[in-house]
Design a protein around this ligand. Structure first.
Ligand SMILES: [Zn+2]
Ligand SMILES: [Zn+2]
Length: 250
């Protein structure tokens, strides 16, 4: 995810190859050479695929120390030897830290490895982003206070997951667990709680390609919220972020 500010641009996670990331950034007038740093939420491959190329291209990146250790281990396994993480920075898990004109607050999530979401404050705007969590912790909901945009996981539909013949039972159990992923209806309940703070824009993100569809995620969220008397377009806006193309949110 690309966040563009006045002076700095940065990415949350880098889960595509460096080349693919660069291509997608170019398609929106940016590029890896314009990225000041990358913030890693956690060490899973779908979030860290470009890490070695960040090291090679001397693009700074940040993670909490637990995640940084996991990333280092993965890179050293891949490279079969010592990897010098001279561009790597550890961020604290409590309170905020500055990055350019931004102020970043990590938010602890519930996943099978250490994982955080982020509240990002800039002079212009505040946004909150969090994916890969078995449930939405109260701290995440509290962190959305005053934010205009919330990027939130709507990972799976339980029926599609249950019927998916390609997933073994232990993987299904992992996804459903408190340390797995957020299902559509739990995302909707999270949005309902977040909207007590007033109107916001939501981006449904990290949809499973096999256990969800963009339409199903949108409709499940929209229908639940409508049943609570919350009207899309009036009380909130909602978009679904696509897997293979760039979704631009102004
Ligand atoms: Zn993950
Ligand atoms: Zn993930």
């Amino acid at each position: 995810m690309l966040i563009e500010g006045e002076g700095h641009s940065f990415l949350i996670d880098a889960g595509l190859s460096y080349r693919e990331l660069n291509t997608r950034l170019k398609s929106v007038g940016s590029g890896m050479e314009k990225i000041s740093f990358v913030l890693f939420s956690h060490s899973h491959c779908d979030h860290t695929r470009a890490a070695m190329q960040l090291v090679r291209n001397k693009i700074p990146f940040c993670a909490c120390d637990e995640t940084m250790d996991e990333i280092r281990l993965k890179l050293e396994e891949e490279q079969k030897g010592y990897v010098d993480l001279e561009n790597a920075h550890i961020f604290p898990l409590c309170g905020s830290f500055p990055l350019g004109e931004f102020k970043i607050y990590p938010i602890q999530l519930s996943h099978d490895v250490h994982n955080v979401g982020f509240r990002i404050e800039s002079p212009k705007d505040t946004i909150v982003a969090g994916t890969d969590t078995g449930y939405l912790p109260d701290e995440f909901i509290a962190a959305t206070y005053g934010a205009s945009k919330v990027i939130i996981e709507s990972n799976y539909d339980p029926e599609m997951l249950r019927k998916n013949p390609n997933y073994p039972n232990d993987l299904k159990a992992r996804i459903r667990s408190k340390h797995g992923h957020l299902e559509n209806i739990d995302c909707a309940k999270g949005i309902e709680a977040i909207l007590k703070d007033g109107k916001k824009t939501f981006v449904l993100a990290h949809l499973s390609e096999q256990n969800n569809t963009p339409e199903l995620a949108f409709n499940t969220n929209e229908m639940y919220l409508r049943e609570q008397g919350i009207r899309t377009g009036f009380d909130y806006k909602m978009f679904v972020s696509a897997q293979h193309i760039v979704t631009r949110i102004e």
